[in-house]
Design a protein around this ligand. Structure first.
Ligand code: NAD
Length: 361
């Protein structure tokens, strides 16, 4: 009997359905090559769900995701819903699904394909070979802490509380060490322990967790130093783990080493192997429906799903290599092409990657 997996597909809005089609095309080929079976269930989220179900995250979507091995998401949002009240904004669906699925670690790789080194904003000799995984805590810290506004001595004052429990720190740090074991066994934990109490707790938890991973090397680094080092010497990093706000900023900084937003995948994990996989970019309403969006970020997110949730490492490696070969051969969508004439469509890019994948191994 073939190995079977339940996968929820959430195309979402804008370019979401177009890029998701390419991911599904690839999954059908992985099934054939690996002798596995993917049960795909299409559900609604974001603006699409607001229009059909009156809510950005219908109960049915959340329930199906909870029963699945993994979830693949396109993107949500668009001008049609921009003036909606906060509860009826597409982006509310994203926050709700992360919370509803107990997801707490966001994985953002910054990997530079050799074929793309000229598009990086840094010098080739600095960025060549960059391969960083930023693991960001996703559900705690200052973004979720108590917020207040008050008037003190006639002045308006605002407060955002930054707090972490040991357990919140430990679970994301463990994820980072586990991921390092699948990479180069090196973790950099980033904090601001010279001024923040929450960072001093963070540091002590990292030191304790690290004892369970004697095979993984680790270091602490202050966030300001890390922001500089990512630009000065990015090859020194393997896995970076940090709290929510620092991770928000550092993951965007690291990803820009590698070029276009259309190339950047991400994964969000809870306990165990369940994960939600999505491109970093949004729904790109300016190019939606034109079959010109770059599907690479979604295809690389699919490869992360194969690797981290489904344990299909060989297939994941082959997809990564297929993307590399296609880029190496000069095939480009409009966002990364030198001229409009040179650019291929979304579906042509998907077809080329699938063809290269079929030739691997
Ligand atoms: P965006 O990422 O959608 O687009 C920014 C720019 O990058 C646009 O010019 C777009 O055409 C281009 N771009 C994005 N993805 C591309 C791809 N795959 N191929 C080629 N070009 C691509 O960000 P935005 O314009 O700030 O936001 C548009 C909508 O998306 C908003 O409603 C926003 O709230 C939403 N959004 C959703 C997510 C998500 O679903 N995770 C993330 C960010 C923004």
């Amino acid at each position: 009997m073939d190995k079977e997996f339940q996968i929820v597909i959430l195309p979402g809005d804008g370019i979401g359905p177009e890029i998701m089609e390419e991911a599904v095309k690839l999954l059908r080929n992985v099934e054939e090559k690996e002798g596995v079976r993917f049960h795909l269930s299409y559900e609604r989220i974001g603006g699409d769900a607001i229009d059909h179900d009156g809510t950005p995250l219908p109960e049915q979507t959340l329930n199906r995701c909870r029963e699945a091995d993994a979830v693949l998401l396109g993107a949500v949002g668009g001008p049609k819903w921009d003036d909606n009240p906060p509860e009826l904004r597409p982006e509310k669906g994203l926050l709700a699904i992360r919370k509803g699925l107990d997801i707490f670690a966001n994985l953002r790789p910054a990997f530079l394909y050799d074929a793309m080194k000229s598009v990086s904003s840094l010098k080739e000799e600095v960025v060549r070979g960059v391969d960083i995984m930023v693991v960001r805590e996703l559900t705690g810290g200052i973004y979720f802490g108590e917020k207040t506004r008050e008037t003190v001595n006639g002045q308006e004052m605002a407060t955002d509380k930054l707090s972490y429990t040991e357990q919140e720190i430990e679970r994301v740090v463990r994820q980072a060490f586990e991921i390092a074991r699948k990479r180069k066994n090196f973790v950099t934990s980033v904090d601001k322990a010279n001024v923040l109490e929450s960072s001093r707790l963070w540091r002590s938890v990292v030191d304790r967790v690290a004892k369970d991973y004697p095979d993984v090397q680790y270091q602490h680094m202050l966030v300001d130093a890390c922001a500089m080092e990512i630009i000065r010497s990015p090859r020194q990093f393997d896995v970076i783990v940090t709290e929510n706000m620092f991770g928000d900023i550092l993951s965007d900084e690291a990803s820009m080493l590698t070029g276009s937003i259309g190339m950047l995948p991400s994964a969000s994990m809870g306990d165990g192997t369940f994960g939600l996989y999505e491109p970093v970019h949004g729904s790109a309403p300016d190019i939606a429906g034109e079959n010109i969006a770059n599907p690479v970020a979604t295809i690389l997110s699919t490869a992360m799903m194969l690797r981290y949730s489904l344990g299909l490492t060989r297939a994941a490696d082959e997809v990564d290599r297929a993307v590399e070969e296609v880029l190496q051969s000069g095939v480009r969508t409009m966002d990364i092409a030198e001229s409009r004439e040179q650019a291929v469509t979304t579906s042509e890019m998907g077809d080329q990657i699938v063809a290269a994948y079929r030739k691997q191994g």
